[in-house]
Design a protein around this ligand. Structure first.
Ligand code: HEM
Ligand SMILES: N/C(=N/c1cccc(CO[C@@H]2CCNC2)c1)c1cccs1
Length: 362
């Protein structure tokens, strides 16, 4: 099949499914005629806002690794396909951060920029997440987030200067077509953060750790009906284990378990004391306590699993088979205490969906 035939084939599958689910079967034929001639003329076609919003929401519903899919219908969709300058895109990203943060009552949203045209990306955001901490190589180890080392280096090469602290928010790095990328600071007042403290251990705040409120994934590609939206940042709220069992706990991230265990007076020289497990639980208790006390949306892994169980039932009631990636759906803390651990999921990849794409730097 030629490129145009392949594209029309993808479009036909999407448009048919879309308008059947939206209860508008009669417009499918007419719409497919329009798209066919658009593809023949321009080599691509444009989605209506309704198709775009439906595609982004169903892509979330099809995200096999996501435990938070119960709320897939409530995704707020910003259409930013008309923006062509780095400045305009920067302002749309600030708008997304503000809307999503909502002073802590987080609203799931996605902002969709101009899609790839004939294999040429129009917009790329170099950040993995819009808000994330820098990582610096120093003579005595890494300061900040080791996961950000390469992007931090790229930003410094573009002239960005970080303060060198453990929690420097990286700038937004926006690339339009093949032009050199431009970086922009996020105004501090837009970045909501939560200092981590513990409900019983007063010494916990002396660790001086915090985390940001809103996770906004900005490096994945949203594919809808053969169209690739290479810049489509989306946010939800955190599940506490992402912060307390991974970002702050992994030895190759902030590696805080030994410090927490020492301050708890645990015997860290003997595995069988289960000091890592005890420190892990208290770190996650602290994350939940801090976010809740500050009125910032967060979900614990037990509630998230129950919500996912509701999602499974809802999908069955809608006549759809649930697909999932068990290895990611089970939480990293006490996985066997959730129903997910005790069942299996078919990891079939459906479209629309969110996909990894090559990093534009390194
Ligand atoms: C509303 C609250 C949400 C929660 C609590 C949630 C929770 C999670 C968690 C815990 C993961 C695993 C992440 C990891 O282990 O690193 C995940 C993965 C994922 N989520 Fe959700 N999610 C939410 C909303 C969303 C939204 C709004 C979207 C997109 C519109 C989304 C798309 C995805 C995708 C694509 C992945 C897989 C990422 C990868 O393969 O690296 N999620 N989610
Ligand atoms: N809570 C979340 N968690 C994540 C969702 C998707 C991806 C990630 C981070 O994935 C990284 C790549 C592999 N693990 C870390 C985290 C959300 C972010 C954006 C919407 S919901």
């Amino acid at each position: 099949m030629t490129e145009k035939e392949t594209l029309f084939h993808e479009a036909k599958q999407f448009i048919t499914a879309c308008y059947h689910e939206l209860n508008k079967p009669d417009i499918i034929e007419e719409r497919l005629k329009e798209i066919k001639s658009e593809i023949n003329r321009y080599g691509y076609y444009e989605h209506t806002y309704e198709e775009l919003a439906y595609g982004a929401r169903v892509a979330w519903r099809n995200s096999n690794r996501c435990i938070g899919r119960l709320f897939w219908r409530s995704l707020h969709v910003f259409d930013a396909r008309h923006l062509a300058t780095e400045q305009g895109i920067y302002e749309a990203l600030l708008n997304h951060i503000t809307y999503a943060t909502n002073e802590g009552k987080i609203r799931p949203a996605i902002t969709i920029f101009k899609p790839q045209i004939k294999q040429e990306p129009q917009v790329r955001i170099w950040n993995h997440q819009l808000i994330r901490y820098a990582g610096y190589e120093t003579e005595n180890g890494v300061t900040g987030d080791p996961a950000s080392l390469s992007l931090t280096r790229a930003c410094q090469e573009m002239g960005w200067k970080g303060k060198g602290s453990r929690f420097d928010v990286l700038p937004l790095v926006i690339q339009v077509q093949q032009r050199p990328p431009k970086w922009f600071e996020i105004p501090e007042e837009l970045v909501l953060e939560v200092p981590i403290r513990h409900p019983e251990y007063d010494w916990f705040e002396d660790l001086n750790i915090k985390w940001y409120a809103v996770p906004i994934i900005s490096d994945m590609c949203l594919e809808i009906g053969g169209i690739h939206y290479t810049a489509s940042p989306f946010n939800g709220w955190y599940m506490e284990t992402e912060i307390g069992a991974r970002n702050l706990a992994d030895t190759f991230r902030y590696n805080l378990l030994p410090e927490v265990a020492k301050r708890m007076g645990l015997e860290i020289s003997r595995n069988a004391s289960l000091w890592k497990d005890k420190a892990l639980v208290e770190l996650n208790v602290a994350v939940l306590h801090s976010y809740k006390q500050d009125g910032v949306s967060i979900v614990d892994h037990h509630t998230a699993a129950e919500q996912f169980k509701q999602f499974e039932q809802q999908e069955r009631d809608s006549g759809r088979k649930v697909t999932g990636d068990w290895t990611w759906l089970i939480p990293p803390l006490s996985p066997a205490t959730t129903h997910i651990f005790h069942q299996t999921y078919e990891n079939r990849i459906l479209k629309p969906n969110y996909f990894y794409q090559d990093r534009p730097y390194e």
